[in-house]
Design a protein around this ligand. Sequence first.
Ligand SMILES: NC(=O)c1ccc[n+]([C@@H]2O[C@H](COP(=O)([O-])OP(=O)(O)OC[C@H]3O[C@@H](n4cnc5c(N)ncnc54)[C@H](O)[C@@H]3O)[C@@H](O)[C@H]2O)c1
Ligand SMILES: O=P(O)(O)OC[C@H](O)CO
Length: 331
Amino acid sequence: MTHAVVLGAGSWGTAFAKVLADAGREVVIWARRPDVAELINKTRTNSDYLPDLRLPPTVRATADPAEAISGADLVVLAVPSQTLRGNLADWAGHLEPDSTLVSLMKGIELGTTKRMSEVIVETAGVAADRVVVVTGPNLAPEIADGQIAATVVACTDMDRATLVQSSISTSYLRPYTNDDVIGCELGGAVKNVIALAAGIAAGMGLGDNTRATLITRGLAETARLGVALGADPLTFAGLAGMGDLVATCTSPLSRNRTFGAHLGRGETLEQAQRATRQTAEGVKSCLAIRDLSRAHGVEMPITEQVERICHEGADPRAAMAALMSRKPRPE
Ligand SMILES: NC(=O)c1ccc[n+]([C@@H]2O[C@H](COP(=O)([O-])OP(=O)(O)OC[C@H]3O[C@@H](n4cnc5c(N)ncnc54)[C@H](O)[C@@H]3O)[C@@H](O)[C@H]2O)c1
Ligand SMILES: O=P(O)(O)OC[C@H](O)CO
């Protein structure tokens, strides 16, 4: 009997395991820490990440990756973007032939500027059509609570996308298939950087006009980069683009937006890191996205300023002023 494995027992990995179980799958979660695996098995909870969630009995956990992956037809990757390559190098030998690899990560790799599906193909040595990206407005605590949402299941192989779609369809999560893997992944990665900007603005005391401006112009620069990399511009009007951007830039549940608010209140990167525990992918990805945009000659002014605030110690007020003093241009 096959099962789905979720590699990573953080917020999204744990909530996604519940989705798979609610959709009828047997699920094994791999947790990095044995005590987390034990807690899940004993109490059905993962209190560090989602204290209110009770996992169904069809979910079990282990800290042994070989045991978790062996026999799995669906392999879901839910680790931080910047550790994926190292993690997958250790796990690749355990993958079943023709298993489907599902990427939940929303980031771009530092140094290589690769998307997560590219890292998976390279590291696991699998064909690109075995990799499926799931992305959309999916804040883990809301999904864990069974609140209604939709998501995108992107793959170059529509049969595989449809298979994953049926594996995660529940009364509260409606997945749509999409064949634009590049656009879906970029939408997910860049929205984290724009959410940092929205948080920075909120931390500075700026209001809804500012947020709407950042969302809209953030979407414009995301789509510009996407088109340069071969994405379908329409993807950015969908769940993986506008949908996720709105959810992340507006919700107090977003770790990226929350991180940005710390910076906007004048804290340093280190102070913001100390105050927030979970992964805020945009903090590292902003560097990789900035590099990617420069390599392709694409202007991404918001991303440039977020990178300056995060990594060059720029004052948020000076960064906002720099955005506002750019050369006038048509929309
Ligand atoms: N949380 C959400 O609402 C949400 C929603 C959609 C997508 N995502 C994306 O999912 C990915 C995972 O995010 P998350 O929210 O689960 O993060 P998280 O911070 O909640 O959890 C990350 C998990 O990875 C583990 N981890 C940390 N360093 C590791 C390492 N070196 N090797 C292996 N495991 C390590 C942690 O122990 C933890 O279990 C991110 O790319 C994020 O952008 C998150
Ligand atoms: O909490 P964040 O900022 O990582 O955002 C979570 C999800 O990506 C929202 O879709």
